[in-house]
Design a protein around this ligand. Structure first.
Ligand code: ZN
Length: 135
């Protein structure tokens, strides 16, 4: 794994979550920090209900700015996996935010992935939370 930061544009029309995972895989980054700015044509945000131990999805079928998309990359099911949270700005500049779910369609996206040296962090089921956390 190279330790240089990776900068790249994610393709218009692609799914933000899947495209970011593919970008990390292509760059050979298994462990690191990720950040994206740009815009989406639509988005799906998640909120994790801690008592019910499940995500609720919220769909936003509107054009929004990616104000912030930050997270990390680690290993899940043998592949680089990005856990990212999104803050999105509507046309009136109010924001919605949450866990980035599959379904956000890229209008434009500039990604920065910074590898962090060290052993791979691997996600596995965490009984106390019901989430796939680092084991
Ligand atoms: Zn999350």
């Amino acid at each position: 794994m190279t330790m240089q930061p990776h900068l790249g544009r994610l393709p218009k029309g692609e799914d933000l979550f899947h495209s970011l995972n593919a970008f990390c895989k292509q760059a050979g980054v298994n462990r690191g920090f990720v950040s994206v700015i740009g815009a989406v044509e639509r988005a799906v945000l998640g909120y994790y209900h801690q008592d019910e131990r499940q995500y609720e999805s919220f769909e936003f079928d509107e054009h929004m700015e990616i104000v912030s998309c930050i997270g990390n990359v680690s290993i899940k099911d043998g592949e680089p996996f990005c856990h990212v949270h999104l803050t999105l700005s509507r046309k009136d500049c109010t924001v919605v935010a949450g866990h980035c779910m599959p379904g956000a369609v890229i209008f434009a996206a500039e990604a920065a992935v910074i590898p962090i040296p060290g052993p791979n962090l691997v996600r596995g089921f965490d009984e106390p939370t019901g989430l796939p956390l680092w084991t």
